[in-house]
Design a protein around this ligand. Sequence first.
Ligand code: SF4
Ligand code: SF4
Length: 456
Amino acid sequence: MDNWSTVILITAGLFAVAGLAVFALQSRREGERRAARRSAGLAVLGLALLALALVLPPAVQTVLALLLGVGVALAALLVSLPIGHVAAGHDTPQDRVDERETMFARARLKPGSPEYAAYYTHHPEHQAIDERIRALPGLLSPSSPKAHPLHFAAAEASFLIPGALREWVDGPVAADALTLTPDAATTYLKGLTRYYGARTAGIAALQPYHVYSHVGRGSGEYGAPLTVDDRYALAFTVEMAHALVGAAPDAPTVLETAKEYAVAAQIAVQLAAFIRALGYTARAHIDGNYRVIAPLVARDAGLGEIGRMGLLMTPQLGPRVRLGVVTTDMPLVVDGPTPRPDILDFCRVCKKCAENCPSRAIPFDDRQEIDGALRWQIDSGRCFHYWNVIGTDCGRCMSVCPYAHPDTLPHNVVRWASRHSGFARRVVLRLDDLFYGRQPPPRPAPTWTTVDLADK
Ligand code: SF4
Ligand code: SF4
């Protein structure tokens, strides 16, 4: 083989075909049928084009190789252009949030109770939507359209765990504090967090806007004012299973949500007990018993950004995580925040969650200034209403998000390119639509979740 252009064509062609073949196999494993079909088809087409190119006259091959080189140079130029720059900052809320105003706290108000009367006297604007929600079958209701006796029973069983741990989030602190350097304490604590099952962990300096202003649910007296006592917050993520999230909004998703809430609760309670045994205050924040706004703490601990759907977008798994937090006065080394303008820019142009949201709860606009901070704010009333109609916690936004693909080599190459180039982010978005679809159907759930029910 003495023609340099032939060598270039063979090398580039085989590289592309091998990449597509690997991607096809990977997609098949992930249950992404459309991506598997399309990448396999493109691999075959690539092989055919390569074979055709090799029988062309050497002069034509030279022209093709030169065109390839020009294409690569042009792509390198476009990738290095400063496209889609989003200025970091302007994302610190000025006010504290009253937990009584959250959908979960409002859903617990009992008609006829003094709390009910007091709340709607101050917030008449919430009464109509809350009454409509109260009239619906409700989350995990056997009469809801997505009801599944096995998945709902398994989800209820998982929700027992944070419920049972509710009174264990806090406790007595050992009399003598072990002397530790912040470095040593942080290294051990983060290592222990991952050892207990967390995916990522980070430390934030606790800020007033992290802490709810008043108790809305969980332990403590409803309506009691909350103070910011601790100096630090450890935030961590636990991964939600890709295979189960893909079935959203069907029942396997709520099965997975409940399980990861249980895992996060167990880790947080264990960590808080560990810290208190060392002689420092520590409070776990778990499902149904938060005193802090977990996504904001996690963002400020350097674990990601708040995306269009209002959830923490992690660089590794996007929104496909659940969060846990432990607040403490144990001296620690603060990690974040670590601004990720690339994630904000991706969300700005993507809008896939907004297009796929069945309740149209996710905004299509750019971030707006709310309480002094730029953010996307979902319509939590619409979202929660939909949950209570169908009986699951939906999760469709999470399942279609291009960042939510598994943490594997092909997806991580894409994540790397998205992080470093605005042009690449726009190409990645088009490719995501091409391979997965702009409105992808729910993925089939694992076979063990699809057993026949005798009475169906
Ligand atoms: S689907 Fe797109 S817009 Fe929505 S959170 Fe994910 S990346 Fe952002
Ligand atoms: S969970 Fe469902 S209803 Fe709620 S914002 Fe996401 S897609 Fe919309």
